[in-house]
Design a binder for this molecule. Structure first.
Ligand code: FAD
Length: 343
């Protein structure tokens, strides 16, 4: 292992419901897992797309919301102490000289493990880019679609844009560190939670936040450094806001992203697997959940849970080729109850 690399038993790409349950099944096999997700929170589609919608087809749970299911899964896997790398995109994959998988994220985290599990669902959630000509040149320098460290924005003149939860949450949170902050939205009504909107209006009344209706339409600056954002009002008139940073929050879209380059013989952006072990065509790379294809596959959470259970059995053979994994019930095995910290 090289300096800066973290070694574990299994690396999981994707902390959606299926990636989370994989931690549980791997944990019962005494395998430790690190999870990487581009989102800043676990739960995948359940937490990002429908946190408050009720789900009715989780076995044994007649009804629970997307967020509740995520919270229960997190509680269930807590005894196995998974390590999360959130807000990081699994960017590239290669092998160590010792034959392990080495995954590098876009934040520079390097993980090595004998087994890789891809639970990437419909792909990584990526921000929708506003239709501003030349915005690419400013991205990562003075245009940001997420906030990794609030401190990076201290003392800056900020423009936030959008009307949903992310736009309003970050407007409220960044107001405390910005030297000036203007929220821009195409209309004065917001989709965000009413409590956050009320908080934003309170900050506006205190002079800590300005609000303008319109859409960012042009960026002014040089070498990726922003000097002003031109705003187009609904009547077509334009005006400039002097700013150092623009943070557009226009929602997320799902893209397969770098996994497409992992050499997995994708078929219509899905990974073919066998249904005995849920292994891909590459040894020690498994795939489970919405990202996979096999005859009869249903894109349901419960299907992903089943796939995780079979995957864990096979993954164990790669991590401990010299050990046999005994099949045991959690109800009757004192060893499993000890692992679950309920003994
Ligand atoms: P996901 O939930 O998609 O999670 C995958 C995660 O991987 C994401 O968080 C993504 O950010 C991350 N990721 C992907 N690529 C990368 C990368 N390169 N680097 C880092 N992170 C990456 N199913 C049911 O069973 N019952 C229902 O009632 C139901 N209702 C639904 C309602 C709606 C509105 C929607 C949209 C879906 C519904 N589903 C339902 C489907 C269910 O949500 C999916 O089957 C489930 O989320 C799949 O889980 P997953 O873990 O495979 O993938």
């Amino acid at each position: 292992m090289q300096a800066g690399e973290t070694s574990t038993d299994v690396i999981i790409i994707g902390a959606g419901p299926v990636g989370l349950f994989a931690v549980f099944q791997l944990g019962l096999a005494k395998l430790k897992a690190h999870l990487v997700d581009i989102l800043d929170k676990p739960g995948g589609q359940c937490a990002e797309l429908y946190p408050e919608k009720p789900i009715y087809d989780i076995p044994g749970l007649p009804v629970c919301t997307g967020q509740e299911l995520t919270d229960r899964l997190l509680e269930q896997i807590a005894p196995f102490e998974p390590v999360f790398h959130l807000g990081e995109m699994a960017a590239s994959l290669d092998k160590t000289p010792g034959g392990k998988w080495r995954l590098t994220t876009d934040a520079g985290t390097v993980l090595t493990a004998p087994v890789l599990v891809i639970a990437a669902g419909g792909g990584s959630f990526v921000p929708k880019r506003p239709p501003i000509p030349g915005i690419e040149a400013y991205e990562g320098k003075s245009v940001f679609y997420a906030v990794r460290r609030i401190e990076d924005f201290r003392g800056r003149r900020l423009v936030t844009a959008g009307g949903g939860d992310s736009a309003l949450d970050w407007t409220v949170n960044l107001a405390a560190v910005a030297s000036e902050l203007t929220l821009v939205h195409r209309r004065p009504e917001f989709r965000a939670a009413p409590a956050t909107v009320a908080k934003m209006r309170e900050l506006e009344a205190q002079g800590l936040v300005k609000f303008e209706t319109g859409q960012p339409s042009e960026l002014k600056g040089a070498d990726g450094q922003l000097e002003a954002v031109t705003i187009k009002r609904t009547d077509g008139t334009l005006f400039d806001i002097e700013a150092d940073r623009l943070l557009p929050f226009f929602g997320l879209t799902m893209k397969l992203g770098p996994i497409a380059d992992f050499g997995l013989n994708l078929n219509e952006n899905l990974i073919p697997v066998d249904t005995e072990k849920f292994e891909t065509g590459t040894n020690a790379i498994f795939a489970i959940g919405d990202i996979i294809a096999y005859p009869g596959k249903l894109k349901l959470i419960l299907s992903g849970f089943h796939e995780a259970a079979l995957m864990a059995q096979a993954a164990h053979r790669y991590v401990h080729p010299d050990k046999v994994l005994r099949f045991q019930y959690t109800t009757s095995s004192s060893e499993l109850r000890r692992l679950l910290k309920v003994a």
